[in-house]
Design a protein around this ligand. Structure first.
Ligand code: HEC
Ligand code: HEC
Length: 500
């Protein structure tokens, strides 16, 4: 298709609101704290936001007191300081909300484990990671900071952040002076107190060491805005936690975290359209992101498949996301919309795009057996879209079952090696079912937590990328699943004319 300049200008007026302003990512160092933050009306209250930024999804990274006082590897600056957090593209946030007493950056949370879920699970207060670390945007433009709730974390370099955390931890454990400063901050003065601090710290350090050196270690850096979430889940569930390093897959397929508005209503989610149930998706994500799980015990009676699953919180966040509106272009910040061009852009969108990208008021599925309808999403073969195919090939095809072999479902039980996908799914399902069983939900509550999706889920389509509604896409650079296109203008020109 030939794309004339007026085609691009009109379409961009419709999608962006403006043909002239193209938002570029601003280096993290140019971000500033809460000064001049502009919130758009996305139908969330300030309390909704504050909770979303910091609620605990059950993740346990490091004891909270250690995290608060940990220094960076090569200096005395605090690891959690605004300057260091911004270095890795986290959005900083002052203390003040009830969910963030210590002014941690958006997406860093406090997880309290008061009761061990299995013999030996560590209790206490921990720093954790939550949805907003990866699913929140700040667009920085001429000194103004426009917050996009539920947008992709397009400055966050998760891989570099975890590796820097690992370096900070190693440096503190090996440099006696650095360790003593930490101990002094935590009031550990006696030799006994210092020894017990060191033991606790060393035990927890192993977690981040595993991530930094295996789970997220790739041949080339992911860079900001790109995370190989699916390999992280696979590695943690099949390799790190059960202690079967042979199952590690190099995470070579980092993707942009998608924006989250309208996702709960969509028939399929994830770039490759692989999940329907919100519980399976959200709990699966936490399995990849520091949620404690017991995959070492011999049998379920000893606590195998126990976890720190935070299902009520995951349910709450899903419901809250279901009422998150796409952001509208703020004309007072980015400039006036040319209404004439926007009108012709809308017609062009209907003609050229809406066949795949379902547009308001959307085409919906027929009601399912619970009477619920979902927004249809386009499922386009990867070979037709022409973007890279690593997503479907990132994890290794077979898994060693190790000591889990006797606790797998009948079709996999007793085998030394099984297909990776089946192995991973069976562990995830066992963890999910055990966590759900403890809640003693009524059938109606269970349906609700599953987003009224029919179980078992229908098989996912093979090797496709999803074309979902893109309302609010103007606010979500960079573009495509792999984040390879820097701005919307370049999305609308032929691939050969894009920056590499
Ligand atoms: C470590 C980063 C990270 C965290 C934390 C995280 N996500 Fe994601 N999320 C991703 C990435 C990356 C993808 C895309 C994965 C893919 O499709 O390959 C994704 C996909 C999704 C999708 C699919 C969206 C769509 O349009 O297909 C939803 C919904 C979602 N996440 C919700 C959540 C929720 C809710 C939480 C917290 C409970 C959460 N995520 C935590 C990185 C993260
Ligand atoms: C044949 C189906 C199809 C048509 C027609 C189509 N798209 Fe897409 N579009 C897709 C798919 C599939 C993706 C995701 C591909 C990927 O990420 O690898 C996508 C991705 C995008 C993205 C990036 C989304 C993001 O969140 O990063 C934008 C923007 C976009 N399309 C806009 C358009 C516009 C504007 C048109 C009309 C000129 C259009 N598309 C026509 C299938 C289509």
């Amino acid at each position: 298709m030939h794309r004339s300049n007026s085609f691009v200008a009109s379409l961009s007026s419709f999608i962006f609101g403006s043909a002239v302003a193209f938002i570029h990512l601003v280096p993290a160092s140019a971000q500033s704290t809460s000064d001049n933050v502009i919130y758009l009306n996305q139908a969330w209250s300030q309390d909704d936001r504050d909770w979303y930024y910091h609620f605990s999804q059950g993740a346990v990274v490091l004891s909270y007191d250690i995290f608060l006082n940990l220094e960076v590897a090569d200096g005395q600056e605090l690891f959690r300081s605004d300057a260091n957090s911004e270095r890795y593209g986290l959005i900083t946030q002052p203390a003040g909300s009830p969910y963030n007493p210590d002014g941690l950056p958006i997406g860093i949370s406090k997880t309290v484990v008061s009761m061990p879920q299995w013999p030996g699970e560590e209790t206490g207060e921990f720093a954790g990671v939550t949805c907003a670390a990866c699913h929140e945007t700040q667009l920085n433009y001429k000194g103004k900071h426009v917050r996009i709730d539920g947008g992709p974390a397009n400055t966050f370099d998760m891989q570099a952040y975890v590796q820097a955390l690992n370096a900070a931890i190693r440096a503190t454990l090996t440099d006696a002076v650095k360790f003593d400063r930490l101990a002094a901050h935590l009031g550990a003065a006696s030799p006994e107190a210092k020894t017990s601090l060191r033991e606790r710290f060393e035990r927890q350090a192993a977690l981040t060491y595993e991530y930094a050196t295996r789970s997220i270690a790739s041949f080339w850096p992911w860079g900001p805005a790109r995370i190989d979430a699916l390999s992280m889940i696979s590695n943690r569930v099949t390799a790190n936690l059960p202690g079967i390093p042979e199952n590690t897959s190099t995470p070579i397929a980092p993707v942009k975290p998608p924006f989250l508005w309208n996702a709960p209503q969509g028939l399929w989610t994830q770039w490759a359209a692989i999940v329907q149930s919100p519980l399976a998706r959200n709990l699966g994500e936490t399995m990849g992101v520091y949620m404690p799980m017991n995959l070492r015990a011999k049998t379920p009676a000893d606590g195998l498949f126990e976890s720190n699953a935070a299902i009520p919180e995951l349910h709450r966040v899903e419901n809250q996301l279901a009422r998150l509106a796409p952001p509208s272009w703020p004309e007072d910040v980015f400039g006036k919309i040319d209404r004439e061009k926007a009108k012709s852009g809308k017609a062009l969108f209907v003609e050229h795009c809406a066949g795949c990208h379902n547009a308001w008021p959307y085409r919906w599925t027929e009601p399912n057996k619970y009477g619920k309808r979902f927004v249809l999403v386009g499922l386009v073969p990867q070979s037709y879209v022409g973007t890279d195919h690593t997503q479907t090939e990132a994890v290794r095809p077979f898994a060693v079952t190790g000591q889990l072999s006797n606790n797998l479902p009948p079709e996999l039980r007793g085998k030394d090696a099984v297909p990776m996908a089946a192995f991973k799914q069976s562990i995830q399902l066992a963890v999910l079912e055990r966590a759900v069983a403890k809640l003693k939900l009524t059938p109606a509550e269970l349906l609700d937590v599953n987003g009224y999706r029919e179980q078992p889920q229908p098989p996912a389509p093979d090797r496709v990328y999803k074309a979902a509604p893109r309302d609010g896409v103007w606010a979500t650079p960079p573009f495509l699943h792999n984040g390879s296109v820097p701005n919307l203008y370049e999305m609308l020109v032929p691939a050969s004319e894009r920056s590499k």
